[in-house]
Design a protein around this ligand. Structure first.
Ligand SMILES: [Zn+2]
Length: 108
């Protein structure tokens, strides 16, 4: 993702799950894709979009932003064998996201 932002020196995204004591996940410039995955093993198609947030920050030259992101996936019950299980409903996970962007400084 970094190559799309020539003015950006580095990006760090910290993700924690709201209401859980699971450890913080950190994604740095080279590890960032368009989305960040949900950690719920039952979650299907889960996660949330990160790229749009970063793009908006870069456009406004924001350095730090904290957001809540709701998982976009569905919770699916375990299936039998290779068959997918029944969808139980929307994934209820909410993530607290902190994005830090460092910009390149040009001389002069
Ligand atoms: Zn999820």
């Amino acid at each position: 993702m970094a190559r799309a932002f020539p003015t950006v020196a580095s990006i760090a995204v910290r993700v924690t799950q709201l209401g859980s004591d699971s450890p913080e996940r950190v994604f740095r410039t080279g590890e960032l894709g368009a989305t960040i995955d949900c950690t719920d093993p039952l979650c299907d198609g889960g996660g949330f979009h990160i790229r749009g947030l970063v793009e908006e920050m870069v456009r406004k030259r924001e350095k730090t932003r904290e957001e809540m992101a709701t998982c976009l996936g569905n919770e699916r019950l375990p299936g039998r064998g290779k068959r997918p299980g029944r969808v139980r409903g929307h994934c209820t996970r909410i993530y607290r996201v902190r994005i830090d962007v460092k910009y390149r400084s040009y001389p002069g």
